[in-house]
Write a protein that binds this ligand. Structure first.
Ligand code: G3P
Length: 495
Protein backbone atom coordinates (compact mmCIF):
# COMPACT_ATOMS: atom_id res chain seq x y z
CA UNK A 1 0.00 0.00 0.00
CA UNK A 2 1.43 3.40 -1.06
CA UNK A 3 1.85 5.76 1.87
CA UNK A 4 2.06 9.56 2.04
CA UNK A 5 2.86 12.42 4.35
CA UNK A 6 0.03 14.86 4.97
CA UNK A 7 1.07 18.49 5.11
CA UNK A 8 -1.21 21.15 6.55
CA UNK A 9 -0.14 24.70 5.69
CA UNK A 10 -2.15 27.21 7.69
CA UNK A 11 -1.28 30.66 6.27
CA UNK A 12 -2.57 34.15 6.87
CA UNK A 13 -5.08 34.18 4.04
CA UNK A 14 -5.69 30.50 3.41
CA UNK A 15 -5.43 26.97 4.77
CA UNK A 16 -4.12 24.23 2.51
CA UNK A 17 -3.72 20.50 2.76
CA UNK A 18 -1.67 18.32 0.49
CA UNK A 19 -0.24 14.83 0.35
CA UNK A 20 3.44 14.33 -0.41
CA UNK A 21 4.94 11.10 -1.72
CA UNK A 22 8.46 9.71 -1.27
CA UNK A 23 9.75 11.56 -4.34
CA UNK A 24 8.55 14.88 -2.92
CA UNK A 25 5.68 15.09 -5.39
CA UNK A 26 2.58 16.87 -4.18
CA UNK A 27 -0.83 15.27 -4.68
CA UNK A 28 -4.16 16.99 -4.58
CA UNK A 29 -3.76 20.41 -3.05
CA UNK A 30 -6.98 21.62 -1.40
CA UNK A 31 -7.23 25.26 -0.35
CA UNK A 32 -9.75 27.26 1.62
CA UNK A 33 -9.59 31.04 1.73
CA UNK A 34 -10.00 32.75 5.11
CA UNK A 35 -11.75 36.01 5.91
CA UNK A 36 -9.75 38.44 7.99
CA UNK A 37 -11.30 41.29 9.95
CA UNK A 38 -10.01 44.83 10.07
CA UNK A 39 -12.00 46.26 12.98
CA UNK A 40 -9.88 49.41 13.27
CA UNK A 41 -7.12 50.93 11.14
CA UNK A 42 -4.00 48.80 11.50
CA UNK A 43 -5.84 45.93 13.22
CA UNK A 44 -5.98 42.47 11.65
CA UNK A 45 -7.93 39.67 13.32
CA UNK A 46 -9.26 36.25 12.44
CA UNK A 47 -11.70 33.80 14.00
CA UNK A 48 -9.67 30.85 15.37
CA UNK A 49 -12.71 28.55 15.00
CA UNK A 50 -12.85 29.49 11.33
CA UNK A 51 -9.18 28.47 11.01
CA UNK A 52 -9.88 25.15 12.70
CA UNK A 53 -12.92 24.42 10.50
CA UNK A 54 -10.92 25.28 7.40
CA UNK A 55 -8.20 22.84 8.50
CA UNK A 56 -10.74 20.06 8.95
CA UNK A 57 -12.38 20.84 5.61
CA UNK A 58 -9.20 20.87 3.54
CA UNK A 59 -7.82 17.67 5.08
CA UNK A 60 -11.10 15.80 4.58
CA UNK A 61 -11.37 17.11 1.04
CA UNK A 62 -7.82 16.13 0.09
CA UNK A 63 -8.68 12.54 1.01
CA UNK A 64 -11.84 12.72 -1.11
CA UNK A 65 -10.10 14.28 -4.10
CA UNK A 66 -7.09 11.96 -4.16
CA UNK A 67 -8.83 8.75 -3.11
CA UNK A 68 -6.05 8.28 -0.55
CA UNK A 69 -7.35 6.97 2.77
CA UNK A 70 -6.27 8.36 6.17
CA UNK A 71 -4.75 4.92 6.93
CA UNK A 72 -2.27 5.57 4.10
CA UNK A 73 -0.86 8.60 5.89
CA UNK A 74 2.44 7.76 7.57
CA UNK A 75 2.53 11.07 9.46
CA UNK A 76 1.27 14.61 9.38
CA UNK A 77 3.27 17.85 9.50
CA UNK A 78 1.79 21.23 10.39
CA UNK A 79 3.22 24.53 9.25
CA UNK A 80 1.62 27.82 10.12
CA UNK A 81 1.53 31.58 9.99
CA UNK A 82 3.63 32.52 12.98
CA UNK A 83 2.99 34.92 15.88
CA UNK A 84 -0.80 34.96 15.41
CA UNK A 85 -2.14 34.59 18.92
CA UNK A 86 -5.05 32.52 20.25
CA UNK A 87 -6.28 32.25 23.86
CA UNK A 88 -8.83 29.59 24.60
CA UNK A 89 -10.60 27.89 27.48
CA UNK A 90 -8.82 24.65 28.38
CA UNK A 91 -12.12 22.89 29.22
CA UNK A 92 -14.52 24.08 26.55
CA UNK A 93 -11.97 24.86 23.82
CA UNK A 94 -13.73 28.15 23.11
CA UNK A 95 -11.41 31.04 22.17
CA UNK A 96 -11.81 34.08 24.45
CA UNK A 97 -11.97 36.40 21.45
CA UNK A 98 -10.78 36.65 17.84
CA UNK A 99 -7.17 35.68 17.27
CA UNK A 100 -4.83 38.63 16.76
CA UNK A 101 -2.99 38.22 13.47
CA UNK A 102 0.77 38.82 13.23
CA UNK A 103 0.22 41.90 11.05
CA UNK A 104 -2.00 43.59 13.63
CA UNK A 105 -0.77 46.78 15.25
CA UNK A 106 -3.09 47.06 18.26
CA UNK A 107 -0.30 46.55 20.77
CA UNK A 108 1.78 49.50 19.53
CA UNK A 109 1.16 51.39 22.79
CA UNK A 110 2.31 48.46 24.93
CA UNK A 111 5.44 48.21 22.78
CA UNK A 112 6.18 51.93 23.13
CA UNK A 113 5.79 51.58 26.88
CA UNK A 114 8.21 48.63 27.04
CA UNK A 115 10.72 50.51 24.94
CA UNK A 116 10.44 53.62 27.10
CA UNK A 117 11.16 51.44 30.13
CA UNK A 118 14.43 50.41 28.45
CA UNK A 119 13.63 46.74 27.81
CA UNK A 120 14.66 46.58 24.18
CA UNK A 121 18.13 45.12 24.58
CA UNK A 122 16.96 42.59 27.20
CA UNK A 123 14.34 41.23 24.82
CA UNK A 124 16.77 41.20 21.90
CA UNK A 125 19.47 39.40 23.90
CA UNK A 126 17.12 36.69 25.10
CA UNK A 127 14.67 36.25 22.23
CA UNK A 128 16.54 37.51 19.16
CA UNK A 129 13.53 39.75 18.44
CA UNK A 130 12.80 43.45 18.65
CA UNK A 131 9.93 44.96 20.60
CA UNK A 132 7.23 45.29 17.95
CA UNK A 133 3.48 44.52 17.81
CA UNK A 134 4.37 41.79 15.26
CA UNK A 135 5.27 39.25 17.96
CA UNK A 136 2.90 37.28 20.19
CA UNK A 137 4.02 38.45 23.66
CA UNK A 138 2.37 41.86 23.65
CA UNK A 139 -0.69 40.40 21.92
CA UNK A 140 -1.21 38.09 24.92
CA UNK A 141 -0.66 40.98 27.35
CA UNK A 142 -3.19 43.06 25.43
CA UNK A 143 -5.84 40.31 25.49
CA UNK A 144 -5.35 39.86 29.23
CA UNK A 145 -5.67 43.60 29.79
CA UNK A 146 -8.93 43.87 27.90
CA UNK A 147 -11.13 42.00 30.34
CA UNK A 148 -11.02 41.34 34.06
CA UNK A 149 -12.69 37.95 33.53
CA UNK A 150 -10.09 36.88 31.00
CA UNK A 151 -7.26 37.96 33.32
CA UNK A 152 -8.83 36.06 36.25
CA UNK A 153 -9.39 32.94 34.16
CA UNK A 154 -5.75 33.08 33.05
CA UNK A 155 -4.48 33.49 36.61
CA UNK A 156 -6.71 30.61 37.64
CA UNK A 157 -5.16 28.31 35.02
CA UNK A 158 -8.32 28.04 32.91
CA UNK A 159 -6.89 29.48 29.70
CA UNK A 160 -4.35 28.24 27.20
CA UNK A 161 -2.18 30.30 24.89
CA UNK A 162 -1.04 29.14 21.52
CA UNK A 163 0.21 30.24 18.16
CA UNK A 164 -1.74 28.56 15.36
CA UNK A 165 0.35 25.37 15.49
CA UNK A 166 -0.55 24.81 19.16
CA UNK A 167 -4.19 25.62 18.54
CA UNK A 168 -4.45 23.12 15.68
CA UNK A 169 -2.57 20.33 17.46
CA UNK A 170 -4.79 20.81 20.50
CA UNK A 171 -7.94 20.63 18.36
CA UNK A 172 -6.70 17.72 16.25
CA UNK A 173 -5.79 15.66 19.32
CA UNK A 174 -9.18 16.31 20.92
CA UNK A 175 -7.68 18.67 23.52
CA UNK A 176 -5.11 16.13 24.70
CA UNK A 177 -1.86 17.75 23.56
CA UNK A 178 -0.75 21.34 24.13
CA UNK A 179 2.64 21.80 22.46
CA UNK A 180 4.64 24.03 20.18
CA UNK A 181 8.13 23.84 18.70
CA UNK A 182 11.09 26.25 18.99
CA UNK A 183 10.62 27.72 15.50
CA UNK A 184 7.21 28.98 16.64
CA UNK A 185 8.13 29.67 20.26
CA UNK A 186 11.02 31.83 19.08
CA UNK A 187 8.49 34.27 17.57
CA UNK A 188 6.62 34.99 20.77
CA UNK A 189 8.96 37.40 22.63
CA UNK A 190 8.65 35.03 25.61
CA UNK A 191 11.10 32.28 24.63
CA UNK A 192 14.81 32.32 25.42
CA UNK A 193 16.45 31.09 22.22
CA UNK A 194 19.79 30.35 23.94
CA UNK A 195 18.43 28.42 26.91
CA UNK A 196 15.59 27.02 24.79
CA UNK A 197 12.87 27.60 27.35
CA UNK A 198 10.13 30.07 28.27
CA UNK A 199 11.79 32.98 30.05
CA UNK A 200 10.39 33.80 33.50
CA UNK A 201 11.80 37.32 33.56
CA UNK A 202 10.18 38.21 30.23
CA UNK A 203 6.91 36.60 31.25
CA UNK A 204 6.90 38.76 34.38
CA UNK A 205 7.52 41.93 32.34
CA UNK A 206 4.72 41.02 29.93
CA UNK A 207 2.54 39.88 32.84
CA UNK A 208 1.72 36.54 31.23
CA UNK A 209 1.10 33.54 33.54
CA UNK A 210 3.41 30.63 32.67
CA UNK A 211 0.63 28.07 33.15
CA UNK A 212 -0.98 29.15 29.85
CA UNK A 213 2.02 28.25 27.73
CA UNK A 214 2.43 25.13 25.61
CA UNK A 215 5.18 22.63 26.19
CA UNK A 216 8.05 23.23 23.76
CA UNK A 217 9.05 20.04 21.94
CA UNK A 218 11.42 19.55 19.02
CA UNK A 219 10.40 20.41 15.46
CA UNK A 220 10.35 16.81 14.31
CA UNK A 221 8.88 14.13 16.59
CA UNK A 222 5.53 12.48 17.24
CA UNK A 223 3.59 14.71 19.66
CA UNK A 224 0.33 12.80 19.55
CA UNK A 225 -2.34 11.43 17.21
CA UNK A 226 -5.36 12.94 15.54
CA UNK A 227 -8.57 12.04 17.33
CA UNK A 228 -10.36 9.34 15.31
CA UNK A 229 -13.46 11.54 15.38
CA UNK A 230 -11.93 13.75 12.67
CA UNK A 231 -10.66 11.42 9.94
CA UNK A 232 -11.43 7.91 11.16
CA UNK A 233 -7.75 7.07 11.64
CA UNK A 234 -5.31 8.20 14.34
CA UNK A 235 -2.67 9.99 12.26
CA UNK A 236 0.65 10.72 14.01
CA UNK A 237 1.36 14.45 14.20
CA UNK A 238 5.11 14.45 13.70
CA UNK A 239 6.19 18.04 12.93
CA UNK A 240 5.13 21.55 13.75
CA UNK A 241 7.16 24.35 12.24
CA UNK A 242 6.70 28.04 11.52
CA UNK A 243 5.98 28.57 7.83
CA UNK A 244 9.11 30.57 7.04
CA UNK A 245 11.42 28.08 8.71
CA UNK A 246 9.51 25.30 6.93
CA UNK A 247 10.23 26.97 3.59
CA UNK A 248 13.93 27.22 4.51
CA UNK A 249 13.94 23.48 5.21
CA UNK A 250 11.84 22.64 2.16
CA UNK A 251 14.18 24.61 -0.11
CA UNK A 252 17.07 22.48 1.12
CA UNK A 253 18.73 25.51 2.73
CA UNK A 254 20.33 23.29 5.36
CA UNK A 255 23.84 24.76 5.39
CA UNK A 256 25.04 28.01 6.98
CA UNK A 257 24.86 30.83 4.43
CA UNK A 258 21.96 29.30 2.45
CA UNK A 259 19.19 31.86 1.85
CA UNK A 260 15.56 31.67 0.77
CA UNK A 261 12.95 34.35 0.19
CA UNK A 262 9.25 33.48 0.39
CA UNK A 263 6.64 35.76 -1.19
CA UNK A 264 3.37 35.14 0.62
CA UNK A 265 1.09 37.61 2.35
CA UNK A 266 4.33 39.15 3.56
CA UNK A 267 7.84 38.42 2.37
CA UNK A 268 10.42 36.69 4.53
CA UNK A 269 14.08 36.22 3.74
CA UNK A 270 15.92 33.76 5.97
CA UNK A 271 19.58 32.85 6.09
CA UNK A 272 20.61 29.62 7.76
CA UNK A 273 23.33 30.41 10.34
CA UNK A 274 23.85 26.83 11.58
CA UNK A 275 24.24 26.30 15.31
CA UNK A 276 25.16 29.95 15.89
CA UNK A 277 22.46 32.39 17.02
CA UNK A 278 23.89 35.42 15.24
CA UNK A 279 22.89 38.77 16.71
CA UNK A 280 21.80 41.41 14.23
CA UNK A 281 22.94 45.01 14.39
CA UNK A 282 20.72 46.13 11.52
CA UNK A 283 17.14 45.16 12.25
CA UNK A 284 17.16 41.49 11.32
CA UNK A 285 15.72 38.94 13.71
CA UNK A 286 17.58 36.01 15.18
CA UNK A 287 15.28 33.06 15.16
CA UNK A 288 15.29 29.31 15.66
CA UNK A 289 15.20 27.56 12.30
CA UNK A 290 14.41 24.14 13.77
CA UNK A 291 15.39 21.73 16.49
CA UNK A 292 16.10 18.39 14.96
CA UNK A 293 17.79 15.26 16.37
CA UNK A 294 18.68 17.15 19.54
CA UNK A 295 20.42 19.95 17.64
CA UNK A 296 19.16 23.53 17.42
CA UNK A 297 19.88 25.48 14.24
CA UNK A 298 19.25 29.19 13.82
CA UNK A 299 18.50 31.71 11.10
CA UNK A 300 18.72 35.42 10.52
CA UNK A 301 15.43 36.74 9.22
CA UNK A 302 14.25 39.87 7.47
CA UNK A 303 10.49 40.34 7.73
CA UNK A 304 8.49 42.36 5.22
CA UNK A 305 4.88 42.75 6.33
CA UNK A 306 3.17 43.43 3.02
CA UNK A 307 4.11 41.65 -0.20
CA UNK A 308 1.45 39.47 -1.85
CA UNK A 309 -1.15 41.48 0.05
CA UNK A 310 -0.06 44.57 -1.92
CA UNK A 311 -1.08 42.73 -5.10
CA UNK A 312 -4.35 41.70 -3.44
CA UNK A 313 -4.90 45.34 -2.53
CA UNK A 314 -4.56 46.62 -6.10
CA UNK A 315 -6.88 43.80 -7.14
CA UNK A 316 -9.54 43.88 -4.43
CA UNK A 317 -9.51 47.41 -3.07
CA UNK A 318 -8.45 49.44 -6.11
CA UNK A 319 -9.92 47.07 -8.70
CA UNK A 320 -7.03 47.70 -11.12
CA UNK A 321 -6.73 44.01 -12.04
CA UNK A 322 -9.20 41.15 -11.93
CA UNK A 323 -6.74 38.43 -10.96
CA UNK A 324 -3.30 38.54 -9.35
CA UNK A 325 -1.84 36.78 -12.40
CA UNK A 326 -2.97 39.71 -14.56
CA UNK A 327 -0.48 41.94 -12.77
CA UNK A 328 2.40 40.49 -14.79
CA UNK A 329 0.81 41.16 -18.16
CA UNK A 330 -0.25 44.66 -17.21
CA UNK A 331 3.12 45.52 -15.67
CA UNK A 332 4.88 44.17 -18.77
CA UNK A 333 2.83 46.48 -21.00
CA UNK A 334 5.04 49.40 -19.87
CA UNK A 335 8.83 49.54 -19.82
CA UNK A 336 9.05 51.04 -16.36
CA UNK A 337 6.94 52.73 -13.73
CA UNK A 338 8.15 56.10 -15.08
CA UNK A 339 9.21 57.13 -11.62
CA UNK A 340 6.17 55.91 -9.68
CA UNK A 341 6.83 54.19 -6.33
CA UNK A 342 4.28 52.46 -4.12
CA UNK A 343 5.30 51.98 -0.48
CA UNK A 344 2.79 49.41 0.82
CA UNK A 345 3.34 50.15 4.52
CA UNK A 346 -0.28 49.32 5.39
CA UNK A 347 0.69 47.96 8.80
CA UNK A 348 3.94 49.83 9.27
CA UNK A 349 7.33 48.62 8.10
CA UNK A 350 9.40 45.69 9.37
CA UNK A 351 13.05 45.03 8.52
CA UNK A 352 15.09 47.21 8.52
CA UNK A 353 12.89 50.17 9.49
CA UNK A 354 10.73 48.75 12.32
CA UNK A 355 8.27 51.60 12.28
CA UNK A 356 4.70 50.73 13.25
CA UNK A 357 3.34 54.25 12.69
CA UNK A 358 4.19 54.62 9.00
CA UNK A 359 1.37 53.89 6.50
CA UNK A 360 1.13 53.24 2.78
CA UNK A 361 2.05 55.91 0.25
CA UNK A 362 2.56 56.40 -3.48
CA UNK A 363 4.91 58.90 -5.12
CA UNK A 364 5.87 60.26 -8.51
CA UNK A 365 2.51 60.18 -10.30
CA UNK A 366 1.95 62.43 -13.33
CA UNK A 367 -1.17 62.99 -15.42
CA UNK A 368 0.25 60.37 -17.74
CA UNK A 369 0.48 57.67 -15.06
CA UNK A 370 -1.67 54.69 -16.00
CA UNK A 371 -2.85 51.73 -14.00
CA UNK A 372 -0.09 49.72 -15.66
CA UNK A 373 2.53 51.99 -14.11
CA UNK A 374 0.81 51.81 -10.75
CA UNK A 375 0.46 48.02 -10.76
CA UNK A 376 4.06 47.69 -11.86
CA UNK A 377 5.13 49.95 -8.98
CA UNK A 378 3.17 47.80 -6.53
CA UNK A 379 4.88 44.68 -7.88
CA UNK A 380 8.31 46.26 -7.80
CA UNK A 381 7.79 47.21 -4.15
CA UNK A 382 8.20 43.52 -3.30
CA UNK A 383 11.62 43.52 -4.93
CA UNK A 384 12.70 46.78 -3.30
CA UNK A 385 11.65 45.61 0.14
CA UNK A 386 13.60 42.38 -0.41
CA UNK A 387 16.60 44.47 -1.44
CA UNK A 388 16.33 46.43 1.84
CA UNK A 389 16.51 43.10 3.66
CA UNK A 390 19.33 41.61 1.60
CA UNK A 391 21.49 44.68 2.20
CA UNK A 392 21.33 44.33 5.97
CA UNK A 393 21.65 40.55 5.79
CA UNK A 394 24.96 40.94 3.97
CA UNK A 395 26.12 43.45 6.57
CA UNK A 396 25.12 41.31 9.55
CA UNK A 397 26.41 38.02 8.21
CA UNK A 398 29.51 39.37 6.48
CA UNK A 399 28.58 37.12 3.55
CA UNK A 400 28.21 38.48 0.00
CA UNK A 401 25.23 36.59 -1.36
CA UNK A 402 25.33 35.03 -4.78
CA UNK A 403 22.04 33.14 -4.79
CA UNK A 404 18.59 33.35 -3.23
CA UNK A 405 16.11 30.45 -3.49
CA UNK A 406 12.56 31.74 -3.96
CA UNK A 407 9.10 30.36 -3.38
CA UNK A 408 5.53 31.42 -2.65
CA UNK A 409 2.56 32.44 -4.73
CA UNK A 410 4.14 35.36 -6.58
CA UNK A 411 7.25 33.63 -7.91
CA UNK A 412 5.54 32.44 -11.08
CA UNK A 413 5.64 36.09 -12.11
CA UNK A 414 8.71 36.07 -14.39
CA UNK A 415 8.78 39.84 -14.73
CA UNK A 416 9.01 40.26 -10.98
CA UNK A 417 11.62 37.50 -10.59
CA UNK A 418 13.83 39.08 -13.26
CA UNK A 419 13.43 42.48 -11.63
CA UNK A 420 14.20 40.86 -8.28
CA UNK A 421 17.42 39.37 -9.60
CA UNK A 422 18.35 42.72 -11.20
CA UNK A 423 17.65 44.58 -7.98
CA UNK A 424 19.49 42.15 -5.69
CA UNK A 425 22.35 41.56 -8.09
CA UNK A 426 22.19 37.81 -7.32
CA UNK A 427 20.89 34.68 -9.02
CA UNK A 428 17.28 33.98 -8.17
CA UNK A 429 16.72 30.22 -8.06
CA UNK A 430 13.12 29.08 -8.54
CA UNK A 431 12.47 25.38 -7.86
CA UNK A 432 10.12 23.32 -9.97
CA UNK A 433 8.01 22.56 -6.92
CA UNK A 434 7.24 25.91 -5.30
CA UNK A 435 5.38 24.43 -2.35
CA UNK A 436 8.51 24.81 -0.22
CA UNK A 437 6.59 25.59 2.98
CA UNK A 438 4.34 22.55 2.77
CA UNK A 439 7.26 20.38 1.65
CA UNK A 440 9.34 21.55 4.61
CA UNK A 441 6.66 20.46 7.08
CA UNK A 442 6.18 17.16 5.24
CA UNK A 443 9.92 16.48 5.22
CA UNK A 444 10.28 17.22 8.95
CA UNK A 445 7.33 14.93 9.74
CA UNK A 446 8.66 12.25 7.41
CA UNK A 447 12.08 12.32 9.06
CA UNK A 448 10.44 11.78 12.47
CA UNK A 449 8.81 8.54 11.38
CA UNK A 450 11.57 7.23 9.11
CA UNK A 451 9.66 7.93 5.85
CA UNK A 452 12.86 9.64 4.66
CA UNK A 453 16.16 8.89 6.30
CA UNK A 454 18.20 12.07 6.14
CA UNK A 455 18.56 15.59 4.75
CA UNK A 456 20.84 14.55 1.88
CA UNK A 457 18.04 12.41 0.53
CA UNK A 458 15.65 15.39 0.78
CA UNK A 459 18.00 17.83 -0.93
CA UNK A 460 18.19 15.51 -3.91
CA UNK A 461 14.46 15.85 -4.41
CA UNK A 462 14.78 19.55 -5.28
CA UNK A 463 14.65 20.32 -9.00
CA UNK A 464 15.43 23.79 -10.40
CA UNK A 465 12.72 25.26 -12.62
CA UNK A 466 14.50 28.45 -13.66
CA UNK A 467 17.47 30.60 -12.72
CA UNK A 468 17.15 34.38 -13.15
CA UNK A 469 20.49 36.17 -13.45
CA UNK A 470 21.02 39.93 -13.12
CA UNK A 471 20.85 41.79 -16.44
CA UNK A 472 20.44 45.40 -15.36
CA UNK A 473 23.28 47.91 -15.46
CA UNK A 474 24.47 48.63 -11.96
CA UNK A 475 24.08 52.38 -12.41
CA UNK A 476 20.46 51.94 -13.48
CA UNK A 477 19.79 49.68 -10.50
CA UNK A 478 21.28 52.20 -8.11
CA UNK A 479 19.20 54.99 -9.60
CA UNK A 480 15.94 53.03 -9.26
CA UNK A 481 16.77 51.91 -5.74
CA UNK A 482 17.67 55.41 -4.58
CA UNK A 483 14.16 56.49 -5.68
CA UNK A 484 12.72 53.76 -3.47
CA UNK A 485 14.78 54.91 -0.49
CA UNK A 486 13.55 58.49 -1.02
CA UNK A 487 9.96 57.26 -1.17
CA UNK A 488 10.30 55.25 2.06
CA UNK A 489 11.89 58.18 3.85
CA UNK A 490 9.07 60.46 2.74
CA UNK A 491 6.44 57.95 3.90
CA UNK A 492 8.15 57.72 7.29
CA UNK A 493 8.38 61.51 7.54
CA UNK A 494 4.63 61.75 6.89
CA UNK A 495 3.78 59.36 9.75
O1 G3P B 1 5.45 35.81 10.41
C1 G3P B 1 4.31 35.77 9.62
C2 G3P B 1 4.39 34.68 8.60
O2 G3P B 1 4.60 33.45 9.21
C3 G3P B 1 3.18 34.72 7.69
O3 G3P B 1 3.38 33.94 6.60
O4 G3P B 1 2.80 32.85 4.49
O5 G3P B 1 1.02 33.87 5.81
O6 G3P B 1 2.72 35.30 4.62
P1 G3P B 1 2.39 34.02 5.31
Amino acid sequence: METYILSLDQGTTSTRAMLVDRSGNVHGVVREVLSLHYAKPGWVEVDAEHIWQSALNVIREVFVQTGVSPEQVAAMGITNQRETTVLWDRTTGVPVREAIVWQSRQTATICEQLKSEGYESLFQEKTGLLIDPYFSGTKVSWMLQQSKNVREAAEHGDLLFGTIDSWLVWKLTGGRVHVTDPSNASRTLMFNIHEMKWDEELLAILDVPANMLPEVRSTSEVYGYTDTEWFGAAIPIAAVVGDQQAALFGQGCHEPGDVKNTYGTGCFMLMNTGTEAKKSEHGLLTTVAWQLNGKTEYALEGSVFVAGSAIQWVRDELGLIATSAESEQLAASVDSTEGVYVVPAFVGLGTPYWNSAVRGAAFGMTRGTTKAHFVRAALESLAYQSKDVLNVMEQDSGIKLVKVCVDGGVVMNNLLMQFQSDMLGVTVDRPYNQESTALGAAYLAGLAVGYWSNREELRELRVIDRLFVPRMEESHRDELYSGWIKAVRAAIAFA
